[in-house]
Design a protein around this ligand. Structure first.
Ligand SMILES: [Zn+2]
Length: 164
């Protein structure tokens, strides 16, 4: 599925091909909810990094790399590159060179109508803010940490893998 995306102010426009376009996965980790999740979580999609095209506003792109705590003193910088618009702050996509073939657009940045997910998967609930009551349907999978399941596996399980 071809996804077209943009930031709120319109400075940045991009497109990317996605085999995992269903916005089912709600991540409540501190990075997602602080940088992209006003409701307590963010939703990322799976897409093919080689097809990412920035049509407009490359000069406005900024990258945030989170500092992660390993222990009391020790920290390291996340390999994840969180791209956002430097003018309006919209979260756009995550790219991690550890998986160079993938890019994860934020569902919130996509303008193309997305498929409605049959369920939501709630993950990193161990990191959620205290005031967040995860909404969803009865039977939604819920995980305190990151589940051992990829975006692609979920799409396959639900017969939703798109071939474009
Ligand atoms: Zn913007």
């Amino acid at each position: 599925m071809l996804l077209e995306g943009s930031c709120h102010c319109g400075s940045v426009r991009f497109s990317v091909h996605s085999a995992q376009p269903v916005p089912f996965m709600r991540c409540y980790c501190s990075i997602c909810r602080k940088t992209a999740g006003g409701g307590g979580y963010a939703i990322n999609l799976g897409a093919d990094a080689t097809t990412l095209q920035i049509h407009k506003g490359r000069r406005h792109l900024r990258v945030y790399r989170a500092i992660l705590r390993d222990g009391d003193e020790a920290t390291h910088t996340s390999s994840g590159q969180r791209h956002f618009c430097g003018r309006c702050g919209s979260a756009l996509w995550l790219f991690d060179p550890t998986w160079p073939e993938l890019v994860h657009p934020h569902a919130s940045a996509i303008d193309t109508p997305l498929p409605v997910p049959p369920e939501n998967v709630h993950l990193m609930l161990g990191s959620k803010a205290n005031w967040v009551r995860p909404e969803g349907q009865r039977g939604d999978p819920r995980y305190d940490v990151y589940p051992d399941m990829s975006l692609a596996q979920w799409h396959e399980r639900h017969g939703l893998t798109s071939k474009d």
